[in-house]
Write a protein that binds this ligand. Structure first.
Ligand code: AMP
Ligand code: ZN
Length: 510
């Protein structure tokens, strides 16, 4: 039998150890990612969670597993506090904007999908929408109610003492955790949470359903247990989310999963519903611009409007390990953009050289595979590639297999670009294979795509190019007075001419 690639090692928040990935179903990887609550635009911190989940999915595909990935869309049940306090985020947004809750959900879901596309995050096999699963949620609650829940006037609550090791996943001191949970009269434990919330008498919600516990809406934690179990089957392989979910949402999902899996115990890892629970650390910003309530909050669209290509933000994320906190700054984003430009510039030169060789029939027209679909097995079966770049590709594989060490993996792209003596085609193939995991679109991005291009700048590129062409002619004719005049004309339009720029740029917006 052919040797199988070594499995990746992934950090499991539940056991607090890095563990080799052992799939539940041979050859498959089933992954569930907690998705956005669609009451507002996602901020770039939220998008870090999906870049991480995407790199995980791409890594598993690269290693040869057949990936089933689910991301949910929370359009009901998430209160303004992760525990049981406050209002439903969507009901609140609907009241504030006088729009229907369904219109709000649709608008922000589409905005989120636009960010997913801009960041080159692959489509999961399923986008599961919470409101599509309400009947299944009621069924789930009915099957665990007798043994694990109790009813109060405000709804049906989960008794966390009914399962073993409740909260084992969480890191925050219990006191601190409990401090955040609003008391509800009659709760047995502070950490008990609503499975079903009844609509208070005399009120009407835009979204409500009939249930054995009265008209109302499901609790937020219930939806992820129901959708992950329905679409991936318990136990599945990996559950992901941001580290805030490690404290309340995921411990509550685990408690529900223990209940539905007919075991109060957690002695077998799979009784939590998923074998591995993975959490990305936060993107932080010191001045509070990540808060959705601040005026200029950090949406991906704001970065784009300021002229940054969205994949520069993806690269910024990859430059840090997903379990490290990452501080956002405009300088850091600018540096990531410059690094991306350097890579793209190097790749453009390789493509150019490759095309020249092909047209001169010096090297056979090797096909350039797109950035999708490469697997480690294909890499290892490509003798020419292994001969030229085997060591580098092995280092790349080791990096991503070491709990997704993207900062190290990125340096392997630089090493391919530095291998100046090797044929361009084989180097381009090595980059394509690596980019199948990194997802930076390295083979299709062009230098022009990465030009800093703020939305506020009003200029016509064709006009600039025309003036630059005249200036070239003037310089060729040694008419330096005219050349300088044309440079000034451009400066008046806010365009700086960049003679002799090491990155090969002819101009930039000043
Ligand atoms: P939400 O829409 O609030 O449910 O959050 C969507 C995802 O973003 C969840 O996985 C959160 O854990 C994650 N998240 C929230 N804030 C940040 C942040 N600042 N950095 C990274 N991930 C975050
Ligand atoms: Zn969730």
């Amino acid at each position: 039998m052919e040797p199988q690639p070594a499995p990746p090692t992934l950090f499991n928040s539940l056991t607090r150890k890095a563990e080799p990935f052992v799939p539940v179903h041979a050859g498959e990887a089933r992954v569930y990612t907690c998705g956005p609550t669609v009451y507002n635009y996602p901020h770039i911190g939220n998008m870090r969670a999906y870049v991480f989940a995407d790199v995980l999915g791409r890594t598993l595909s690269f290693k040869g597993y057949n990936l089933s990935h689910v991301i949910n869309i929370t359009d009901v049940g998430h209160l303004t506090d992760d525990a049981d306090a406050g209002e439903d985020k969507l009901e609140k947004a609907a009241k504030a904007s006088a729009q229907s809750i369904w219109d709000i959900a649709q608008h922000y879901t589409e905005a989120y999908w636009a960010d997913i596309t801009a960041l080159n995050i692959r489509q999961p096999a399923h986008w599961s929408i919470a409101t599509d699963y309400v009947p299944q949620m009621i069924e789930f609650a009915q099957s665990i109610a007798a043994k694990h829940c109790y009813e109060l006037p405000s709804g049906l609550y989960f008794d966390v003492a009914s399962v073993a090791d409740y909260g084992r996943l969480a890191r925050a001191a219990t006191d601190e955790g409990e401090g955040r949970i609003e008391a509800v009269d009659g709760k047995r434990q502070a950490a008990d949470f609503a499975i079903w919330r009844k609509t208070p008498e005399g009120e009407r919600r835009q979204m409500e359903w009939d249930s054995p516990w009265g008209r109302g809406a499901p609790g937020w934690h219930l939806e992820c247990s129901v959708m992950s179990g329905a679409l991936l089957g318990f136990p599945f392989d990996i559950h992901t989310g941001g580290i805030d979910h490690r404290e309340i949402h995921h411990p509550n999902e685990i408690a529900q999963n223990q209940a539905i899996c007919c075991t109060g115990g957690l002695d077998v890892a799979s009784h939590s519903g998923a074998n591995i629970w993975m959490h990305n650390n936060f993107l932080v910003e010191r001045s509070g611009k990540m808060s959705k309530s601040s005026g200029e909050f950090l949406r991906l669209q704001l970065l784009i409007d300021k002229g940054y290509h969205p994949l520069a933000y993806r690269l910024l994320c990859l430059q840090a390990h997903y379990r490290s906190e990452l501080e956002f700054s405009w300088e850091g984003l600018g540096a990531a953009l410059t690094r991306l430009k350097r890579m793209v510039l190097g790749i453009e030169a390789l493509k150019h050289r490759h095309a020249e060789l092909v047209s001169a029939s010096i090297s056979p027209p090797a096909s350039l595979s797109p950035d999708e679909g490469w697997t480690l097995k294909q890499v290892q079966g490509d003798d020419e590639l292994m001969k030229a770049q085997g060591g580098n590709l092995q280092a790349f594989d080791e990096a991503i297999s070491n709990d997704l060490a993207t900062p190290e993996a990125l340096t392997d792209i630089d090493l391919v670009l530095a291998a100046k003596k090797q044929a361009p085609a084989v180097r381009l193939r090595a980059i394509a294979a690596m980019d199948a995991v990194l997802g930076l679109n390295l083979l299709t991005l062009t230098r022009a795509d990465l030009r800093l291009r703020p939305k506020s700048a009003t200029f016509a590129e064709a006009e600039i190019e025309a003036i630059l062409a005249q200036r070239k002619e003037a310089r060729a004719a040694k008419d330096f007075a005219r050349s300088d005049a044309l440079r000034d004309e451009l400066a008046a339009k806010g365009v700086e001419v960049m003679d002799g720029d090491p990155l090969g740029w002819e101009w930039r917006l000043a």
